[in-house]
Ligand binder design. Structure first.
Ligand SMILES: [Zn+2]
Length: 233
């Protein structure tokens, strides 16, 4: 009997030891996962700003130029700039590509697709998924016309959704309940973009923080239509 009890005690001790070791192993694995994930989140994907932007020309008719310049910041982030010859504001636009969806920030100041082939260019940049172009969300920093004149180029495309431009529509689309407090989120698939209400320049004004690159896309009253704040790398 004593032998049996001793044996059971030994078996129980072994089980307790095994369970404790297993729990420690799981805890360590979770910790490693957390540390790896934290490191991944805190490290922005680096990109390049090594580009010479089109300066325009004293006489644009004498020196024809491409209406739209495209720079690949990194494989999933594109910076587009409208030529100063196409419009004096020479708007910058941004295309952020996730695994399920892409986001275009602003459509610029030129409506005519013959003068500014924006939709055609964006569709060319979009990757395919399931034998179709990746769905696109067209958003705006704010509703002034020079940031959304190109919207109609996307209106007939079934895979494109355009964020409304009116105040209530903007709030409802992003899901702001206490505007301008709180932060909304856009999930592009493996890439989250935070939407921050910044109603200073205009009532519907928002800024976009891209967690992948660590870039804040915001409109400022400077010579550049949209300013980007880059992470320190
Ligand atoms: Zn404006």
């Amino acid at each position: 009997m004593n032998w049996i009890n001793r044996s059971r005690r030994t078996a129980n001790s072994f089980l307790l030891y095994f369970c404790a070791a297993w729990k420690v192993a799981v805890a360590l694995a979770m910790l490693m996962l957390f540390l790896t994930a934290t490191q991944t989140w805190s490290k922005p994907v680096p990109g390049s700003l090594g580009v010479h932007w089109n300066e325009g020309a004293p006489d644009c008719t004498a020196t024809p130029q491409d209406p739209l310049q495209v720079h690949t910041y990194e494989p999933q982030t594109f910076i587009l700039r409208q030529s100063p010859c196409a419009d004096f504001e020479a708007n910058f636009l941004y295309l952020l590509v996730g695994s399920d969806k892409a986001l275009l920030i602003d459509t610029g100041a030129v409506a005519d697709p013959k003068e500014m082939p924006l939709a055609k260019t964006i569709l060319r940049l979009l990757p395919d998924k399931d034998h179709k172009k990746l769905p696109l969300l067209v958003a705006h920093t704010h509703r002034h016309l020079d940031h959304r004149a190109g919207d109609p180029q996307f209106a007939s495309l079934s895979s494109v959704q355009i964020v409304p431009i009116d105040f209530d529509g903007v709030r409802a689309f992003y899901g702001f309940t206490g505007w301008p407090n709180g932060i909304a989120h856009l999930d592009l698939g493996g890439r989250t973009v935070d939407v921050i209400a910044t109603p200073g320049h205009e009532r519907t004004h928002v800024a976009f923080y891209d967690r992948r690159t660590g870039i804040l896309f915001e409109h400022r009253r400077t010579r550049l239509p949209i300013w980007i704040s880059l992470p320190s790398q």
